[in-house]
Design a protein around this ligand. Structure first.
Ligand code: FAD
Length: 318
């Protein structure tokens, strides 16, 4: 079922959902299931599964030579989506990237989605490859998420890259896109970023999921600006509980977000990561309660593969 239908059927009740990251190659899926199992108590109508970009690795060869190879460390997004749909009878949302995929590869992936009964995709540009400063479009791939949204919508209507099979009015896919309450790092201004968000919506995006934020006011301001920009599709807030001391450096660096002074001070008082995890849980509970009071459609959690803290938060909130 499409995410927009889930939202419609909820009739204003706030839903619970979460995002997972595929395990590293060779690890197996058992641990992932162990982390999903306790979250099913909160009846998520959908689960997002991220896609990781390919990266370069260097292999030692005879004579002290190094050989550069390209690989994907966490493949299997679509396989995991399908496995989860079957095991838990819940919709899954594979993340589909511009970076690392030609348009043809994207088309085949979307065809696989149709066969697997996957009705939703999250269309994203992806970041620059590890070690590279700027995002470079893959040869033959999409440049921006808005281009990818267009391709997903066209494919969903039967308008394939090199042939029109059956151009129906309604797209097979419900398409999610990213939104940034604190602006995307590369956008020169918030207004510019909102114009680009609008492009994604004009090209067919059905809903927005936000980057993580730790100050709800940033989310509320973002929603206001998005609406003022004339964008009226649903906006789903993304929440990440801080879990380790090194998140203080890692999260701002990787996700280009700010952490509130009070939260930073609370984390710095902790003697170990167990205490940090608890501070993260309590902060996320406060955030979630306020968002719930403001009738957000979904509380969407970035689980990053570990669910004990998300369970604590969901128990306190739902
Ligand atoms: P875009 O919407 O294309 O925007 C990228 C930048 O280009 C912005 O600065 C925008 O203002 C600008 N821009 C957009 N369109 C145009 C245009 N036509 N002309 C000029 N400038 C333009 N990354 C992963 O690798 N895997 C994942 O699974 C993943 N999941 C994510 C889930 C969520 C909810 C979020 C918020 C992010 C996720 N990301 C993921 C990270 C995302 O790929 C990066 O933030 C990336 O840098 C931008 O992606 P985007 O889809 O927002 O890009």
């Amino acid at each position: 079922m499409k995410i927009t239908e889930h939202l419609h059927n909820a009739q204003g009740k706030t839903l619970f959902s979460f995002e997972i990251v595929p395990p590293e190659k060779g690890v197996g899926i058992t641990d992932l299931y162990k982390n999903i199992d306790p979250l099913m108590e909160f009846k998520p109508p959908f689960i997002d599964v991220t896609t990781s970009r390919e990266e370069y690795i260097f292999l030692e060869r005879d004579g002290g030579l190094m050989e550069r190879k390209i690989t994907r460390m966490r493949p299997g997004t679509l396989g995991i989506c399908s496995a989860i749909q079957h095991k838990y009878n819940v919709d899954t949302v594979p993340h589909v990237l511009c970076g690392g995929f030609t348009k043809e590869e994207t088309e085949y992936l979307l065809v696989d989605c149709m066969y697997l009964g996957i009705d939703n995709v999250m269309a994203l540009r992806g970041d620059a490859m590890k070690g590279e400063k700027y995002f470079e479009a893959t040869k033959g791939g999409n440049r921006y998420a808005s281009d990818l949204v267009k391709q997903v919508q066209n494919t969903g209507k039967g308008k394939y890259l090199h042939q029109d099979i059956n151009c129906k009015d309604e797209s097979h896919f419900c398409i999610g896109v990213a939104g940034y309450p604190e602006k995307h790092i590369e956008a020169p201004s918030m207004n510019y970023d909102l114009e680009m968000l609008k492009k994604k919506v004009e090209n067919g995006a059905d809903y927005i999921v936000t980057q993580m934020f730790f100050d709800n006011q940033k989310y509320f301001d973002f929603v206001k600006s998005v609406r003022e920009a004339g964008i009226d599709i649903p906006i789903i807030p993304g929440i990440k509980p801080i879990a380790t001391l090194n998140h203080l450096q890692l999260l701002p660096q990787v996700f280009k977000i700010d952490l509130p002074e009070t939260l930073v001070n609370e984390v710095l008082k902790c003697k170990n990561n167990q205490q940090v995890r608890q501070v993260g849980v309590e902060w996320a509970i406060q955030q979630s309660k306020e968002l719930l009071a403001n009738q957000v459609l979904v509380l969407h959690f970035y689980s990053m593969g570990k669910s004990d803290n998300i369970v604590q938060i969901a128990r306190a909130v739902f």
